[in-house]
Design a protein around this ligand. Sequence first.
Ligand code: COS
Length: 386
Amino acid sequence: MAFDAEIRQALIEQVRRFVTEKCIPLENQVGETDEVPQEIVDEMKQLGLFGLAVPEEFGGLGLDMETECLVALELGRTSPAFRSVAGTNIGIGSQALVLFGTPAQKDKWLPGIAAGDLISSFALTEPGAGSDAGSLTTKAIRDGDHYVLNGTKRYITNANKADLFTVMARTAPDVKGPKGVSAFVVERNTPGVSVGQPEKKMGQQGAHVCDVIFEDARVPVENLIGKEGEGFKVAMSVLDKGRLHISAVATGMSERLIKEMVTYASERVQGGKPIIDHQLIQALLADSQAETYAARCMIMDAARRRDAGENVTILASSAKLFATEANGKVADRAVQVFGGAGYITDYGIERFYRDARIFRLYEGTSQIQQIIIARELKRAAQADQL
Ligand code: COS
């Protein structure tokens, strides 16, 4: 069922106000201190942002995908570190439970996730398993009423703040590839679970990624999400949704950068007129606008189709590929329009340029999206559904 239009509009306006009044003024500070202030986190809790994608019966807002994307577009209009605070709870950290959790698992964890009192995180990537996620080697060996986990996860967003992890681990070590993988909820305080120091990164200061290490960590069997051996499908379904969300965040950033470019180009005078009246600058603005508009349309179409129950694997990957590549171009053009100022920290444009770079990498690189799209096309052709 579509989300009530009036409630949706009120929510979007509230988020826009929060971004404009609270987040944007703190962008430089967050970039320099590498921390999002606690009062901002508290306000995000009050706004219900941690529970956007958790059903209402568990204390969340239970947004449909269309509304979630509209909110993500708004959150994208500031440093992505702000969105990242709640990002894993909204997306990849919570959705395995929402989509595949048992009633008991949902009762136990979703209310805390929705309130922002529990931070959830998604642990798929490993030192030797990135794009080839199905080759992961973290093991989960059944021992009575527990699985015993051993292995290392890498670049796990929000791991340093996480209370819960969705962990993909191999329950059938003799089975190679995706089929031997299962998904689990693992609580941070489980003996044998440790988290490494946050990595120093190119951008998105204020959002952190760390290793998560499992050494004989005993996880109760009731923490298995879905069936044994189906963890890879759980992960892929979660990513289908996550990829649409990330596309919206990246496109929100593109919209913000267009606004910054237009404002700056209207004020900056060269050759006796504002640079916005120079045609080569106009081309940079126009290409940015056309691509960003196309990305927005793709995202909203895919989101509506997901809400209508369609399989959106190919659409989500298409949106992620297009929207994040477009965002990379827009961020590059923003530096170009700002000229020397685009390279100077105080203007904030170089920070967006660095922040944007990860969108083409995480939740599947652009090349992985291309592979998924081509595979789905081939599959559809074989089923005579093209
Ligand atoms: N939804 C549901 N199930 C899916 C799925 C999806 N979107 N995509 C694949 N599956 C299922 C397949 O149907 C298959 O099941 P069956 O064997 O029963 O048919 C199973 O999962 C394995 O799929 P596949 O054969 O396509 O697996 P591959 O190992 O060939 O790899 C890719 C698939 C490349 C798509 C996958 O490894 C991937 O997405 N990699 C990128 C990972 C990523 O995004 N990492 C970022 C980390 S999170 S920030």
